[in-house]
Each structure stands twice: as C-alpha cells, then as structure tokens.
Design a protein around this ligand. Sequence first.
Ligand code: ADP
Ligand code: ZN
Length: 741
Amino acid sequence: MPEVASVAVEEANLLFDKPYSYRIPPEMASEIRPGRRVRVPFGRNNRLREAVVLGVGEYDGQAKLKSIAMPGSEEISFDESMLKLALWLRKRTYCPLYDVFRAMIPAAVTAADKTIRFVKLEEGGAAQNPGARWGEKTRKALALLKEGPRAAKEIEYLSGVSPASLKTLAKRGIVSFFEEVPEETKGSLRPPRAAIPEIPLAPKQEEIYLSLQEKAFRGECSFALLYGVTGSGKTHVYIKLIADVIRSGKSALILVPEIALTPQMIERFYRVFGDRVATLHSGLSDGERRREWLRIKRGDADVVIGTRSAVFAPIPESSLGVIIIDEEHESSYKSESSPRYHARDVAKYRASKAGILLLLGSATPSMESEYLARRGDYARYELAERYQNRSLAEVTIVDRKEDLRRGNENAVGSFLAGEIRKTKERGEQTILFLNRRGRNRRLICTDCGASVECPHCSSPMSYHATSRRLHCHICGYTCQPPNACPACGESHLMLDRAGTQKIEEEIEALIPGATYLRMDADTTGSRYAHTEILNRFRDEKIDVLIGTQMITKGLDFPNVTLVGVLDADMSLYSPDFHASERTFSLLTQVVGRSGRGEKKGRAVIQTYSPQNAVLLAAERQDYKSFYESEISLRKALFLPPFSSILLFLISGEDEEAAGLAAERFGRRLRGAVKAENATVLGPAPAMIYKANNRFRWTLTLRTADLRPLRRIAEGLQNEFLKQKENRKILLTIDENPCDVP
Ligand code: ADP
Ligand code: ZN
C-alpha cells in the first residue's frame, strides 16, 4: 500500500514549482494513484489547495509530512497517458506544472457541483395579467418558458431579457425561481445510438479517402496533410473517415479554429452523427462544458469536435481512433497565454503514443506543414479542384490609388461598387470584407491628430457603440470618452467613422435600395447573434453582408457570387514574419466564399500595392507559387521551418528596471548559448511596448535544433527568478510564437 504521494500544487509560482510530499491516510491508500486529483493543506496557514498526484511510494519516516485532506473525483482525474502528456508539455511551455493540468481539464469540469438557478412559468401566471403589454424581450422569454423550465442564465442569453425583468416577473407571480443540481451531473448518460449514414464520394475524394483509411487502420502512427482548395470537399472526406473509425468502436477527435465562427461546419457534423457528437469550446456555459466533458470521458460521445484546448479531450489512449485538424494553418491553434502550446504539437504527441493517424487539412497549409509534407515526413494529398469542378472565383485586383486620383475617397471603390450593383441586379449576393479586427473605432483629435490612448498601455482605445464607452482590448480598461484631447487639451475630439458602419453608409449612398447586414464585434455581442445574422442573410436574400474577420471562415452560401476585400494592405505590412502567409491565407479564404454554388463567382481585392507578389498569387489563387517564393525567403532568412524560435519576454512596471533586466538577461543568454548553434536578437522593445502598466522587452533566439536549448532556457529562467534584482520583473518564454507580443 502506498504511504506517500508526491504532488503538483496549484498556485505554485515557478520558483517553488517542485513536487511536494504528503502522507496518504490509510483509508485513501487504495484510491490514490498517479494522476488523481486531491486537495492538500499548504503553507503556514494550511489552506486547502488543489493538487495532482505525480507518484506514490513508501514512507521512509525521515521527514514530518502533512496528509492529503481529500481525494477529488476518480472520474475527473488524469490517466497515465494524460499525466505523461502533461510532463512532456511542461518541458516545452516553461510554466508551473499545474498550469498545464489546468489547461487539460477545464475549471468548469473540476468545480464542485453547484446548484443552478432555474426559472419556470407559474401556472396561470400569465393569464392573471392578460392585459399586460410586455416588451419584445420579455415576450420572447415567456415564449421560451412555455416549453418548460430553463436555467435563468440561459433565458437571459436567449431572449436578451435582463435579470431585473425576470425578478419583476417573479414578483408578479408570473414566473418563479428554483435551485437544482444540473441534470448532466446526475450520473451516467445515454450512450450514443445515432445510425451512421452512407457517405458517397466523388472519384478523387474516394481515392484519397481509401489511402487515408488504409493509414487509419494500419495500427501505427502516421501523419498526413490534405491540401484542398476551398470547397473541394475536404470535410466530406473527413466525415467518411470518421464514420469508419466510430464503426470500428473508436473515437474521432476533430479540431476546428473557432466554433462560434463556423456554425455551419458543426451543423454538418450534427446532421451526420447526431447524438454521437460532443463539442468543447469557449462558447459553452460551465454546465454544458462539464456535461460534454463527461460524455466524452464516459464514452457516451465518440465524435469530439472542439477548438484548441479540445486537443486534451479525455478520450482514453486505447479508444482514440483518429485526430483531424481542419484549417491547420490557423494561428488560433497556438495558445498565447500560459501554457503556451500549439494544439498541432499536442495532437502529434497523442497520435504517436496512440499509434493512429493525424490528418491535417487546409486550403492554405502552413509553411511548416507543407514543408514537412514535401520533404516526405507527412503523406501529402491534394484536392486541386472544387467539388463537381465548380470553378474558383475570378479575382480582380484594383489599385485604390486610381480612385483617389479621381477624387473618390470612398472605401468601396468605383469598380467594386459597379460589381455590387450588377450582382444585385442578377439577384445574387455580395460579401464585403473589412480587413480589420472588429473593435476599431477611435476617438481622434482633429487639432493635433492624436488618438485617445489607454493610460496603462501604449495602444489606442476603441469606441464601442453598445456601451458608448472607450475600451482597451489589451488590459480591459474602460472609460467615458473624454471631452478634451489628452494630448493637446483642445476639445476637438471626433470618432473616426472607418469600419463597417462607414461601409454601410457608403452602400446606402452608392446602391440605393440595396439591403445590407453588418457582422462585427458590435453586432455579435450576444451568444447566438452570429447564427442569427447568417440565417437572415441567407433566408431574406439580403444583398450585402459587411463584416470583419468573422465572415472569412467556413461560410457556404451558394447565392454569394461576389466577394469584395476593401483593404488588402492592412495585414500585409506587419513586422511579423508570418504577415505574408497570413495575408495569403486570409485572402484565399475570403475569396473562397464566392461562387460556391452553380453560379460563377467573382472577387475584387482593393489595394494600394497592386504589384505585391503575395496579392498577385492570391489573385491567381496559386498556393503553389506562393509557397515556393515564401519558402525560399524563409530559408534565406533562417526563419521557421528552417529554424525554431524561442521568444523571451521581459516586463516590469518600472521602465528603467525592465530595460536593465532585459539587458542583463540578454548578456546572460548570449553567454549561455555560445557553444550552441543559435543566434540571439535583442533586447528590443516589444511591439506593444507598454501593456497593463508594464514595459516590455523581447529577445529572440533562432536555432536549427531546439532540443539542447530547452534545458538551457529553463536553467536561465530559474536563475532569473532567483535573482533579487528581478523580483518585480516577469520573464516568459514562448516556443515558436504565432504573434509578435
Ligand atoms: P471544403 O471542406 O474543402 O471547403 P466541403 O466539404 O465543404 O469542402 O465541400 C464543398 C461543397 O461541396 C459543400 O457544399 C459540400 O456539401 C459539397 N460536397 C463535397 N463533396 C461532396 C460529395 N461527395 N457529395 C455531395 N456533396 C459534396
Ligand atoms: Zn490598456
């Protein structure tokens, strides 16, 4: 019987991040095993902390040890393979071990069972108030409640009704509240029963599918890359492969970049696999997340679809049948906060341990994956034509300077406006893409030209129409718009009108009578807004959908035959070496929304640099030539995939101290890697020099072989933490970051 457990404790800072030993009380001895979650008394005040058992052994009687206070649930713990994965990942993410555990099992799952507040309709309640005239939201809420009791939060989400209005309804005896433990935590659930339909494939799809099937059932690990133009039928191939895998009694894990933005894709999986599907993503409520996690763990769902962290889905190694990563080039697969992992790396690890197929799919594979595939490390497949040989959109690049010369300063240029008009006349639809993140309206001083910046970060504040406030999307600070310019003191502040709203106004003026919808951060605040907007666009045949990044992915509307890209330059000139790759893939994606049905598609890309090679490749939708020119550039500059990058970010509230710490660390780093094949750049101020009141510096290390450097980096990190002068300085280390900090 084990007597002592070594555990990793939550909230341990890196310096004290080591295994701690605890006695195992005899009555727990049969339960406690590596991977089990427990609670232990910690520190001088013996506050209970969460911990994970790393190993067990016998008590040698030497040290006086505290005892484990209580075990966590057996069901919600780590099995041996997941425990090993955590230790593997810890070596690549330079963070406390418990951070890794926390990423692997979401907090919603480990939280102690809580009751949830439900609402129900009181019998005869509404009838007592026959004359009451409810607002639209309240009516919607009451209509939902007619179908049965629902969680109060859910009713608020779905109807938009405020908690205060619900309370008022309760006071008037129309509804009442009750508390209950949510259904999903009350024991075992229904095992999946949905029958799996036959999935017919076109000949080229079939050929690829058969080869993948052979790999999937070979009983050993293999990696494959499926390059297929947008609309070529990649998803159909995935679905057929998944059907085989679950028929054989195993589970399939499918990663997608952002579920909220790809509702159509998820719908498709539900249509085929019904209740066998479980989803894991950030749009779920805590209760839903817990339920989905348990369904996966209990084997009640065998098709698991989710975003980045779903790569940790609790499918036992022996049940895992295939992992598929759709749009594998997407940077959302890389976590930019601790633990800084890439889902593709974790998927590779899990696939190789389970001895299964990992399939990566994309219309614009990442440079890394395409490079490895061409080198023969991955099997490579190609769907070069759209399904049923539908043609790809015909793309025209328009030089914006020509409109400007003629005095036309509209964001929708004259050529594009003409195309929208013609499209409308044919009864077809247009998507207009504004190449910016949603929250971009700024308060600008017409006197000195400065825009209002966040007082804690070196970044402009954004105006949000819904709250009528300024927000900083780096630190979250918000304030009322000031009356006077903080830079010059004059009271000539104006909102810049750029962005989707301005486009709306232009469409109204340029194409009288055109109907339009806007999809951006302002219009998609509520949880179901995406789907609602997209449904209206389709069902009401709205002429123009105007949107930001949100509309680039996954949309499949056969009646859309024109796509306009308003400002292709926006992402091209960024200091990040990924800029070309991002722009090419973004343009390919958005252009790929056009002409997906029987009708021919067109696309217009507006730019100030019509000769840019990346745009020209996007015009021809020529991934191959884009890849070839970009890869030779990467090679010449010793950038990934020819090198790996370690990024060190050093920050502190005291500007001078942060700069000095960065310099000290830079000298130390250069000394430590002298014998290695590595180059170090910096320290340089970070792109966003001040964030959250901290001044930030970066050091970038490039190397052909990361392995020997991991240990060096970890050693330097420990040394840094121990130095007194670094007490208020933070150091984070990121392997192959996707974004410049
Ligand atoms: P991708 O994932 O490569 O963008 P999709 O799988 O979405 O491509 O296919 C594009 C369109 O063609 C979709 O509307 C899809 O339903 C249709 N399609 C693809 N393959 C088939 C098939 N074998 N049978 C019927 N429809 C198909
Ligand atoms: Zn800020």
